[in-house]
Design a protein around this ligand. Sequence first.
Ligand code: 13P
Ligand code: SF4
Length: 403
Amino acid sequence: MVIAESPKTPIIPITEIEQSAFCQTDDELQAKSLEEEFQAGVRWQKIPISYLKAKPEELDARIAEARARLTEQVVILGHHYQRNEIIRFADFRGDSFKLSQFAASQGKAESIIFCGVHFMAETAVILSQDHQRVILPNLTAGCSMADMAHIDDVLDCWDDLTDVLPNSTTVPITYMNSTAAIKALCGREGGIVCTSSNAAATFEWALGRGDKILFLPDQHLGRNTAVRFGIGLDEMIIWNPFKPLGGNSEEDIDRAKIVLWQGHCSVHTRFSVKQIEEARRQYPDVNVIVHPECYMEVVQAADANGSTETIIKTIEEAPSGTTWAVGTEISLVNRIAQENPDKKVFCLDSVVCPCSTMYRIHPAYLCWILDGLNEGVVVNEITVDDDTKRDAKVALDRMLQVV
Ligand code: 13P
Ligand code: SF4
């Protein structure tokens, strides 16, 4: 019998609040000096004044020069949501899955500079070799979705599920967008990590091993994947970490096949069915493609969905002259439009809204990191303690083997 605890006080992650403030801008996306960008009202890591005031063109030249001096000692990884001013310096670009494969295979480089967000850099630490270090150019580049799942709340949830369900096996799956501590829990408890490119394969893996799945922290990716397996909405419950038993009764938990953590992406939940209808009204031959972090209704109203890499490939391989409305982060949509001049590519959301945390990797930070390495100084190294690393690696290795 589980003793009901009093509800916890709900906390909205600061990254989520900042994202909504950031989204109200319809400013264009070209980089300005960091000093000018500071006015956008999000947190930035402190940086020496010379970098703060440097103009983008100056930074560009300084980065190129500093990078060239480091040759093979350094590898720069860039997630597709990075700004153009950063992505042009990436030795490898990719979605979360591809970048984790790169991190696991770049044994030569002493330093992996991860231009992305914190959970990606942590994953690189876990998958890279002991002699390598991983650097995140701006330590405030987090992820509002990852911030919605705290390990203490997840451990409480896991204890509750084990108490309520003594005779069933729940398999935890965590989306890559989560802390190393949550990945470690999945490693210890027979679970796995997934990304948006392999969520279905990991569901299949988990359904073959247990009666239920606990999916963390993105309820939308979890729901969108579960419906692909014919699992009904009445077989899914939401786990609200601020309520006793996640806001469910013991009977609800017992009946459920999928327990979805109450988390979401502040960027992808901006896309709506109404926007898709509007795009179809304006361009009757439009193809709509969205990321699976969008609401289920949006994914179902679209023609296709997939990871950032899938979105890029699908549009690249489409016939010339086709029209694409895309439901994902704006820096990537703009880049796809530039790289496919033979097609019409636009964002479903007409308000310019980059992922505010990905955007924090300003060229000034990359320049600062590279200059430091040239002088033998390491700034912003990301570390993960040995126990967490060992257990999280189990769940990540399972992911790399499943696909
Ligand atoms: P991808 O793995 O599709 O690149 O997604 C990462 C992410 O954070 C999307 O919001
Ligand atoms: Fe996180 Fe959403 Fe940004 Fe992806 S787009 S890094 S899920 S906040």
